[in-house]
Design a binder for this molecule. Structure first.
Ligand code: ADP
Length: 288
């Protein structure tokens, strides 16, 4: 059931005469209540939550999706609104209707992502914070990727893990030793607009049979962050990487750097789910 204050606000958002005809829950999300809503103004996707639980989460998601959509490189749902209603906050998006994948789905996905990454900016980061999953992601701006990666990504998650006791001091020291080596491991790149949380659960096949991105944790980052993240849980089709590389060639040795980039999402997983993920982090640290 959609909470009454939310359905009232949705009607305002879509036009006073709008009726919500039907709604159906959608599973698969990790954080929020999700629904398909059929209204007299069309079919939409709705997510809502307690407003106090994740402050400004939907506001940040709306900004992120809007930023990505503006580039026009890959399918991104349009944002109809992100608002507060009583004790709730919610977001309404264009509904992504699933359809069979086009034959060259992965090639198209690879070149489209490369197109998105071609969008650059002066600085790494973003002028506002957002979320990665249910965790805050802080986004100041820096000229040098390595500084942003260490201060804005790794150190933030390490501090959280230290606070909760999820990480031991020996591992923290290993991170400190790694920082000195990073400039030799990670090649310089211009800032790229990236999705920021590109795992299997964050893309869908749209009505056009092509990949559409959802649930972003956007910022201007090192573009290999997105590609590495796709490999965290098994990886995408080889066609995807080949086509990306043809469109926007990667610097040599990407495969050797994947695990370093993935230290960030792995630390996020340590903070969200604990245990086994720290083992993976330690494993990577011991190899560099
Ligand atoms: P959460 O914020 O809780 O992680 P998601 O954004 O992942 O929620 O959405 C939950 C599920 O809803 C997704 O796994 C996907 O199947 C579906 N979904 C997400 N966005 C849309 C959309 N715009 N249109 C249709 N379905 C969507």
């Amino acid at each position: 059931m959609i909470p009454v204050p939310v359905s009232e606000k949705i009607k305002e958002l879509l036009g006073k005469e709008t009726d919500i005809l039907r709604s159906a829950s959608i599973g698969g999300g990790c954080i929020n209540n999700a629904m398909k809503i059929e209204t007299s103004a069309g079919i939409f996707f709705l997510k809502w939550n307690d407003a106090k639980r994740y402050p400004k989460m939907f506001e940040a998601e709306a900004k992120g999706l809007t930023l990505l959509k503006k580039i026009n490189a890959i399918g991104i749902p349009e944002v109809l609104g992100a608002e507060k209603a009583g004790n709730y906050s919610f977001i309404v998006l264009e509904f992504i209707e699933a359809a069979p994948r086009v034959r060259n789905f992965w090639q198209n996905f690879g070149s489209s992502l490369a197109g998105l990454h071609s969008n650059s900016s002066e600085l790494f980061g973003l002028p506002y914070d957002n979320y990665i999953g249910s965790l805050q992601q802080s986004n100041f701006q820096k000229k040098i990727w390595m500084e942003f990666f260490i201060e804005g990504r790794l150190e933030k998650q390490i501090a959280l893990a230290k606070n909760s006791g999820a990480i031991d001091s020996a591992t923290v020291q290993q991170f400190n030793r790694l920082y000195n080596k990073l400039p030799e491991i990670i090649p310089e790149e211009k800032p790229s607009l990236i999705h920021g949380d590109l795992w299997n659960g964050n893309f869908m096949t749209g009505a056009d049979g092509k990949a559409w991105l959802i649930d972003p944790a956007v910022y201007y980052g090192h573009r290999e962050m997105d590609l590495a993240m796709t490999k965290l849980f098994g990886g995408f089709s080889t066609d995807f990487y080949e086509s990306y590389n043809e469109t926007f060639p990667l610097q040599k040795g990407f495969n050797n750097r994947v695990d370093i980039h993935n230290l960030y999402p792995l630390l996020v997983h340590v903070n969200l789910f604990g245990g086994g993920y720290l083992h993976e982090v330690k494993n990577i640290l011991s190899r560099f």
